[in-house]
Structures are given as structure tokens and as C-alpha cells.
Write a protein that binds this ligand. Sequence first.
Ligand code: HEC
Length: 134
Amino acid sequence: MKRTKIILGLLVLAITATMLSTSCASNKKDVLYGCDSTSIVSYSKIIKPLLDNNCNSCHSTAAAMSIGGGTILDDSTGIKNWTDTTGGNIPGLWNVCSKENTYPNRMPKNATPLSDCDVLKIKNWIYQGTNFNN
Ligand code: HEC
């Protein structure tokens, strides 16, 4: 009797472990693309395409002066104006997109807000050191 219980217990454990590992596998894409707090977010693979697709219609060097309020987000110099975290400063590049936004306008301006996952990618990339070479 005891042995059956132990075997049953092991079986339940094995099934739970399998279920847990498959549910993680389905989140793999998010993990790969930097939606957890540990994986490194790539500028060239993640941040640049994100800014190009959602922001740079207004914030490219060419467009910024006329329709982007002068904020340039298609080169590192322009981006660095909005990534300062020193002294507990909340970096603007993340702040303007987040739900807790303290700027008057949430970005992207007059468009659907970024997904939580995309906002987290921006935050992680900044707090991981704003690395343009990865
Ligand atoms: C339709 C045009 C447009 C799009 C798209 C857009 N912005 Fe903006 N953005 C503006 C304008 C215009 C301003 C100037 C302030 C204002 O009018 O709200 C601005 C200002 C900013 C600022 C400076 C905030 C300040 O204090 O002046 C940042 C940072 C910013 N945008 C980031 C972004 C990011 C990140 C995205 C994409 C997720 C984005 N913007 C998408 C038009 C746009």
C-alpha cells in the first residue's frame, strides 16, 4: 500500500514537472525577446526595430524638427538624451511609453500604446546600461 502511494506521488510530481516545463516553453518567445527581467535586450534586434516601427515616423532625424518636437530617436546621441538614470532619474524614453507616464503626452503620440512587453524591453535595455553595441 505504502509503495503504491509513493509511486502515485512520484507520478503526480512527474506530471506537474512536465506541465510546468511545457508552459515555460510556450513563453520562450517572450523570454527570447527580452520580456523577463533577466535576459539581455539587444539594441539592433529589439530596440531599434521597435523605435523604427512605432516612433521614428515622427522622431527620425529627418522628421523630428517638424513633427517630433525636436526629439531624435534614430541615433544614439538623440536617444541618450532620454536614457539618463543617474540619481534615480526616470528615463524619459521609458517614462513616455509606460502606463505610469508622468509626461503630459503618452507616446506613441495619438496612437495605440505599446504593449507591456515592449515597454518592459525599453526599460530593461536602459537599466542594463543603454548598450548600442549588442
Ligand atoms: C505622431 C508622431 C509621434 C510619434 C509616432 C511618437 N512621438 Fe514622441 N513626440 C511627438 C511630439 C510632437 C513630441 C513633442 C511633445 C508633444 O507634443 O507631446 C514628442 C515628444 C517625445 C519625447 C520627449 C518628451 C518631452 O518631454 O518633450 C519623447 C522621449 C518621445 N516623444 C518618445 C517617443 C517614443 C518612444 C515613441 C514611440 C514609442 C514616440 N515618441 C512616438 C510625436 C510623436
